[in-house]
Design a protein around this ligand. Structure first.
Ligand code: ATP
Ligand code: MG
Length: 313
């Protein structure tokens, strides 16, 4: 069975996209898992990182190839997009001149923002309130339907969400078994973290009642909290430096025990050096610069991947 995980934090720039890509790379290489990536952010950062900007432009604009926009367009036409049309296989870059054979991706599109507004506005009238609730659930199920259609082909589906909780993000949440929150040890970034879990608990509750009210078979399966992964941590003498450790500890104290991943990722220019040439830090030896920092970040990232593998089951 596939495990579906959304990376959620409405704070921008905390590492959602970087982590999504590296979890896929790590699960594929360290654990021989098949992974599907879905980029739900109109900024298309995961798409650019994973396949490279020129390949993205070529596919999306020159060849008019399918993206996540195609999936939502099909929904508005009351059709179902075909997974084989929207999933790109053997395109995600692993090392210089090498691709991942077991990592697929659904690319994003800049017009996703407009589609989100269109989705929010759409109100289908049904014969009664029950039928209208069913339509609301259909609206939330666009991503889930695509995932369900390929569930046997992937061990993990990782969804990179935009920094907001609009309907596209809610689609991701609705489709997911888990949500994981990447965070940075910055005071203002961590004050809102307990709010995220409160918000997500509310979604679970709303979706559960919508599901039973709509009279759908079975029950809504809750999206579980998979934990917080700290990113961009500065170290001193082999552990997080004092200020960062304090913020990490106080974040943990606001949440259920064990919410924080034991492992974290350090701050350093290895990650951006790798991003610049569209590679994960695991390919540190192929980088033109910052190899040492990239190697360190690759080690830490590897530990995070292994912990993710142990926790998210
Ligand atoms: N551990 C790290 N050390 C240094 N730079 C990092 C690290 N992790 C991510 N970055 C850089 O920080 C920037 C933001 O990261 P990323 O795009 O992954 O965040 P995000 O949460 O997805 O942002 P957004 O909310 O805009 O989608 C990127 O330029 C990325 O290369
Ligand atoms: Mg992002």
């Amino acid at each position: 069975m596939t495990i579906v995980v959304s990376m959620i934090n409405w704070k921008g720039g905390v590492g959602k996209t970087s982590l999504t890509l590296h979890l896929a790379a790590g699960l594929a290489t360290r654990h021989s898992k098949r992974v599907l990536l879905i980029d739900l952010d109109a900024q298309c950062n995961l798409s650019f990182l994973a396949v490279g900007l020129s390949a993205y432009v070529d596919h999306t604009y020159k060849k008019n190839g399918s993206t996540l926009k195609t999936v939502f367009d099909a929904y508005f036409d009351r059709k179902q997009a075909q997974p084989k049309d929207v999933i790109l296989e053997k395109q995600v870059r692993a090392r210089a001149g090498k691709i991942f054979t077991k990592v697929g991706i659904v690319l994003s599109h800049q017009e996703l923002t407009l589609l989100d507004m269109k989705l929010a506005r759409e109100k289908r009238s049904g014969k009664d309130h029950r039928e209208e609730t069913r339509f609301e659930i259909e609206k939330l199920s666009v991503i889930k339907n695509i995932i369900d259609a390929v569930a046997s082909e992937y061990d993990y589906v990782l969804l990179d969400c935009p920094p907001n909780v609009n309907l596209v993000t809610q689609n991701a949440f609705f489709a997911s078994d888990y949500y994981v929150v990447p965070a940075i040890p910055d005071f203002l970034s961590t004050v809102g973290i307990s709010q995220i879990t409160t918000y997500m608990d509310q979604f679970n509750q709303d979706y559960r009642s919508m599901w039973s009210y709509a009279g759908l078979p079975g029950a809504y399966v809750e999206t579980k909290f998979g934990g917080i992964i700290f990113n961009m941590v500065d170290e001193y003498k082999g552990g997080p430096k004092d200020g960062h450790r304090q913020i990490m500890t106080s974040t943990a104290s606001q949440l259920e025990s064990g919410a924080l991943f034991d492992n974290y990722i350090t701050d350093g220019d290895g990650m951006s050096a790798a991003a610049q040439v569209n590679l994960p830090v695991f390919a540190f030896s192929d980088l033109p610069r910052a190899q040492q920092n990239a190697e360190k970040q690759a080690t830490y990232m590897g530990r995070v991947v292994d912990e993710f593998y142990e926790r998210i089951v």
